[in-house]
Write a protein that binds this ligand. Structure first.
Ligand code: G3P
Ligand code: MG
Length: 355
């Protein structure tokens, strides 16, 4: 595995020092638009690989609310899309943070949602979830769960046979953006209202139901994005929109929103997790402990997720105009350190500011 090691700053002391800055790049709307690479992205990453006034390599991570694949599979895709070698330990996706909590659920049955059925189960199992089920598994078990979707042959080939009448789901993890919102909302509603046993009696808070002893099912979401920028002229609905759709149904049916755990940008948990990933990356680069972090520049397209999170984390940020943010609709809802046309201008501005 080749990886570019930086031309290190050598001071009078023998210990090498890293450049005074590092970067955290958002992906959708900054580096990619759907499957297409934004042309400025390759030029920006060249600047980090030594094409800069000091001729040094500047470390970076990718910090995205996207996901659906494991970090190793995603890194191969991103390396070819971006034309630079990306390493799996440089990628923080919406669900990467679940690696830090999986130990609490490793032996418990969980429901995992988002992306393609077989892919998201593999991501969950690779993280350590030993009993990961999908909404298509539930539909394959009892098609009457949701009469309006017939499994395609490809979907049927990806299901894990199970009898859910005896499988108490302990938690629901929305890893990535769900594909079949109606089926997913129906199954989540059944799991939550029956406290884990799909098809079991609803146990909404009512003094009479004797199964109150069953603990409530945890609902964990990994990406709060209401909107995101793909390769359509207007932004697309993201996982945050799915959450709102579910909560609206739950409110209408049960009378209140359901408490949930939310990860993803701009949450503090995700920025703290990303900073620990970047610190590990810096220590790999410098070959030594990193006592003082360099200034981390967040390069991003979505004020509500990227800039809000960077501001709260104390990271300087650059908002680009190639994604969700549309300057024609007025100033951004969260103020960045700088607004740039694209990621190349953003990186150049940050380097000139620090070097
Ligand atoms: O599903 C992806 C989308 O919500 C945002 O991705 O890379 O802009 O954080 P990104
Ligand atoms: Mg984005």
């Amino acid at each position: 595995r080749t990886h570019t090691s930086p031309v290190r700053y050598i001071q009078s002391s023998s210990r090498p020092r890293l450049p005074p800055l590092a970067f955290a790049f958002d992906i959708d709307g900054v580096l990619l638009r759907g499957p297409h690479t934004i042309p400025a992205a390759r030029r920006a990453l060249d600047m980090l690989n030594g094409v800069n006034p000091m001729g040094v390599t500047i470390p970076f991570i990718l910090l995205t609310n996207g996901g659906g694949l494991g970090e190793e599979a995603r890194r191969h895709k991103l390396s070819s899309q971006l034309g630079v070698e990306i390493h799996s330990n440089q990628i923080v996706q919406a669900h990467t943070i679940l690696k830090s909590v999986v130990h609490k659920y490793a032996d418990k049955p969980v429901l995992v949602l988002g992306g393609r059925n077989d892919e998201i189960r593999k991501v969950a199992e690779d993280y350590g979830f030993k009993h990961a089920y999908t909404t298509l598994d539930v539909l394959a078990w009892k098609p009457e769960v949701w009469p309006f979707h017939n499994l395609t042959p490809e979907e049927r080939a990806s299901v894990k046979p199970a009898d859910f009448s005896g499988i108490p789901i302990s938690a629901i993890f929305v890893f990535h953006d769900p594909r079949n919102w109606s089926l997913d909302i129906q199954v989540i509603l059944d799991v939550i209202r029956s406290r884990g046993i799909v098809g079991g009696p609803y146990l909404d808070p009512s003094p009479t139901s004797n199964q109150q002893s069953l603990p409530p099912v945890e609902l964990v979401l990994c990406n709060p994005d209401l909107l995101w920028k793909s390769d359509f002229p207007q932004p697309r609905l993201g996982q945050g929109a799915f959450r709102e759709a579910f909560q609206a149904v739950y409110q209408a049916v049960v009378g209140a929103r359901y408490p949930c755990v939310q990860y993803g940008k701009p949450t503090k948990a995700t920025y703290e997790f990303a900073e620990s990933v970047l610190r590990d990356r810096l220590e790999e680069f410098s070959g030594d402990r990193v006592d003082e972090m360099p200034r981390v520049y967040m390069i991003a397209d979505n004020p509500e997720s990227d800039i809000a999170g960077a501001n709260a984390a104390g990271w300087p940020s650059v908002l680009v105009k190639t994604g969700v943010y549309d300057p024609s609709r007025g100033p951004p809802t969260h103020t960045p350190s700088y607004i740039a046309e694209d990621v190349e201008e953003a990186v150049r501005w940050a380097i000139e500011r620090e070097m």
